[in-house]
Design a protein around this ligand. Structure first.
Ligand SMILES: Nc1ncnc2c1ncn2[C@@H]1O[C@H](COP(=O)(O)OP(=O)(O)OP(=O)(O)O)[C@@H](O)[C@H]1O
Length: 740
């Protein structure tokens, strides 16, 4: 038990702290960096040069120093940094800390994974320490992050680096139920780390919430927080903050918009873009591949990729929650041999945090929306970032791939581009993003579409998910701003639908209208007058839906959930035209038929998406696909074939797996006989979304992943290492054959 400190001790402590603060203030003011200069251009201080107050009552130079120890920082901060093994500063820390310690506003830009978090956490702690900020002083600093996970991560860094300080800090993010408790305590907190919506909620609802004395405001991922998605919230927040404050803005893709910055009333900000001169805009140890993948082969490619990287930690980006859900659910049922997880805004906050932590710890595939695109520093390095859907712009690309190759580690990324999205390649090159262009080797693809089709027959809810995934994807492309890259009219709609395993292509109203208006503009035979109400439908969609999943975070309680709910309603009410015919007239007719027809009767469409009148359906004159769908016998036969295919594939998979296990056992036996003792690291993967069979398999192969380090790989699992080699060889063939 800790003994309470005596009054005398506390007094002594206060005095020595005050002494330290005086010294720090004098040191900082003695030789501040020139305004507008970049301390990176100054020579390094020699490691053994004296630090702090010198014999002649001057102070050592800190601008240009390369180690935290050479900086005018409190002992409390320095001790914590040393304990966390932060010794040498990164470029952005070297460049911005001297200015930030002088109390200047900062606009800091540096590549992903380059240590921007410490570049703002340290000045916050130091400012409050030097101001002798105490519990009774209330909110001294506010750090705003665009996502909850990132806010949580910043909170962890703050706890670590600020552990010897006496400040109280709070994580205020949406999706938490304890908002009332938060309201009771928020006024006692010195440092708030929050998402914009939750902060605003407290500003609006918490009695006596007071941040009028706040000293430092930080916007992490500043360009994101300043963009239109958060505009209202941020303006409302800023209007309640004191004008006299220090403001620190950081991002890998910094905004330079005067308008944006004017909203923050920055005072002569120091613009420190440490990698502006760099040859590349992305980390140098990041290997980036771009592949042209037709839309209907995207899932085949993704499946093949996963199957050939079973020992990796993979982050997969898709463009909407519904796509994430569908691909996750479907692939999970196909048991790829690696734990699968998913992360999106419609999940409960606790689950989101749990998934994030699990992915930090374990080898697995995480399917995610852009909620994981910015700032997250997954504990054990992510091996691959796979962008199945093209990001909305270059900045988004840079943040997504930045989840790997962080700090000094390497990483790889692959972007699937549609043939119609080739412009993205040009834009990446223009933005100094060095990508290698690879052509997929078709013969190495492991098609998954037929398996998906069988799954959809077996699991009707999955079919529903597939429909939604299809629709939200089409809509996201339709709503993308950059029309040079995204053109919904160029998408092979039917092929894409079939590749998801859907027996029919869901019709989408806006697409039909687009097709029609295109036909009209090219003077086609379509003589129907334009229906203005249809345009309105399109307008409503545009107004109500934002394709940017991060925008969902903007209003807490929850941003994601609100926006997603809106999306859901939209999908239900207007967009699935599998149950809504393509023309307004027919729609009314169909609605009438719907009322009287027996429950369970299927509505059938012709090639144009019009419902077939009931009599035409019974007429039996159908042919081709229609006939297949209408004739019960053929339909049954179709499904029977699908089931057989699935069984066959399953049988083959089992055989291969059995063979693999047998070989593994033999190898282990031989190894054991040779006296090679080894301890299996029975890393538990239960709790992942994998089923038990897969878990059992993984418990054995997990050792392999955990021995990812060189030693482990050499010493522990020679047998498995061969499997890895085979897999890597396959992967290389599939992905790197383009270098030729
Ligand atoms: N001076 C340092 N010495 C050693 N490791 C560091 C140092 N600074 C930061 N790191 C480590 O580098 C990693 C990336 O840091 P951080 O998350 O702050 O990057 P970032 O620039 O904010 O990235 P992003 O742009 O993706 O948000 C973290 O794991 C962090 O612990």
């Amino acid at each position: 038990m800790r003994r309470p400190k005596s009054k005398e001790f506390r007094k002594q402590q206060r005095l020595s702290e005050q002494e330290e603060i005086n010294l720090l203030n004098s040191w900082i003011q003695f030789q501040p960096p020139d305004s507008g200069s970049n301390p990176m251009s100054l020579p390094h201080l020699p490691n053994n040069s004296p630090i702090g107050r010198l014999e002649d009552n001057t102070y050592s130079r800190y601008a240009g120093a390369s180690r935290f120890g050479q900086f005018p920082l409190s002992k409390k901060t320095k001790d914590a940094l040393r304990a966390a093994k932060f010794v040498v500063m990164t470029d952005i820390q070297r460049a911005s800390l001297p200015h930030a310690l002088c109390g200047r506003d900062i606009l800091g830009a540096a590549k992903t994974g380059s240590g921007k978090t410490l570049a703002f956490i340290i000045p916050v702690l130091e400012k409050l320490y030097r101001e002798r900020w105490g519990p009774e002083d209330g909110v001294g600093s506010i750090i705003i992050s665009p996502t909850r996970e990132l806010a949580g991560q910043i909170f962890d860094v703050l706890k670590d680096v600020g552990k010897h300080h006496n400040f109280s800090a709070g994580l205020l993010i949406g999706g938490r139920k304890d908002v009332d408790m938060e309201k009771e305590r928020v006024n006692e907190l010195n440092i708030l780390i929050c998402t914009p919506g939750r902060l605003l909620q407290h500003m609006d609802e918490t009695p006596n919430f007071d941040c009028s004395q706040m000293q430092v405001l930080v916007l992490d991922e500043a360009d994101r927080i300043l963009d239109s998605g958060f505009k209202k919230e941020l303006n409302a927040i800023i209007s309640q903050l004191p004008k006299r404050r220090q403001t620190l803005l950081f991002s890998a893709t910094q905004t330079k918009s005067i308008q944006d910055l004017a909203r923050l009333s920055l005072k002569d900000p120091e613009y420190l873009s440490v990698h502006e001169e760099s040859v590349t805009a992305t980390p140098s140890l990041l290997k980036q591949i771009v592949m042209i993948v037709p839309l209907d082969q995207k899932l085949d490619m993704l499946w093949s990729f996963i199957k050939t990287h079973l020992q990796s930690k993979i982050l997969v980006f898709l463009s909407s929650c519904k796509q994430v859900k569908f691909v996750f659910e479907a692939f999970k049922k196909l048991h790829p041999g690696i734990p699968l997880k998913c992360l999106h805004g419609r999940m409960k906050q606790e689950r989101r945090m749990a998934i994030y932590s699990e992915f930090c710890e374990k080898r697995s595939v995480l399917f995610s929306t852009d909620v994981a695109a910015r700032g997250l520093d997954f504990n054990k390095a992510v091996d691959w970032v796979v962008q199945v859907d093209c990001p909305e712009n270059v900045a988004s690309y840079i943040h997504r791939v930045g989840r790997t190759a962080r700090y000094k580690s390497g990483g790889k990324s692959v972007l699937f581009l549609l043939p119609s999205e080739m412009q993205m390649l040009e834009k990446l090159k223009a933005a100094k993003v060095p990508v290698h262009f690879n052509k997929p080797r078709q013969e190495l693809l492991q098609p998954v579409s037929s398996l998906l089709a069988s799954l959809l027959v077996k699991y009707p809810d999955l079919q529903h998910r597939a429909q939604r995934a299809f629709i939200t994807y089409m809509r996201s492309i339709h709503l993308q701003k950059d029309k040079d890259i995204f053109d919904v009219m160029k998408l092979p709609v039917n092929e894409y639908s079939a590749s998801l395993g859907l027996p029919m292509t869901p019709k989408i109203r806006f697409l039909n209208q687009k097709i029609k208006s295109k036909a009209v503009s090219t003077k086609s035979v379509l003589d129907e007058p334009e229906d203005s109400s249809k345009d309105n439908v399109l307008e409503v969609s545009r107004n109500k839906i934002d394709t940017d999943p991060l925008k969902d975070e903007k209003i807490e309680n929850d941003l994601f959930q609100l926006a997603d709910a809106a999306n859901d309603d939209e999908v239900k009410s207007s967009e699935i035209e599998e149950i809504i015919p393509a023309t307004r007239v027919l729609k009314k007719k169909k609605l009438k038929i719907n009322v009287h027809r027996p429950v369970g009767t299927r509505v059938v469409f012709d090639d144009e998406g019009n419902t077939l009148p009931p009599l035409a359906r019974i007429a039996g004159a159908q042919s081709g696909k229609e006939a297949l769908l209408l004739d019960p016998e053929q339909k049954a036969e179709y499904y029977r074939r699908m089931r057989d295919d699935l069984k066959k594939a399953d049988k083959e998979d089992k055989l291969v797996e059995r063979q693999r296990l047998r070989e593994k056992r033999i190898k282990q036996k031989m190894k054991w006989k040779a006296g090679n003792e080894e301890e299996d690291d029975q890393d538990d993967i239960s709790g992942s979304e994998e089923d038990e069979t897969v878990n059992r398999r993984h418990k054995k192969s997990k050792v392999y992943f955990d021995s990812d380090s060189d030693d482990g790989e050499r010493n522990e699992m020679a047998g498995n290492a061969r499997t890895l080699e085979e897999q890597e060889a396959l992967a290389l063939k599939l992905l790197n054959s383009m270098h030729s």
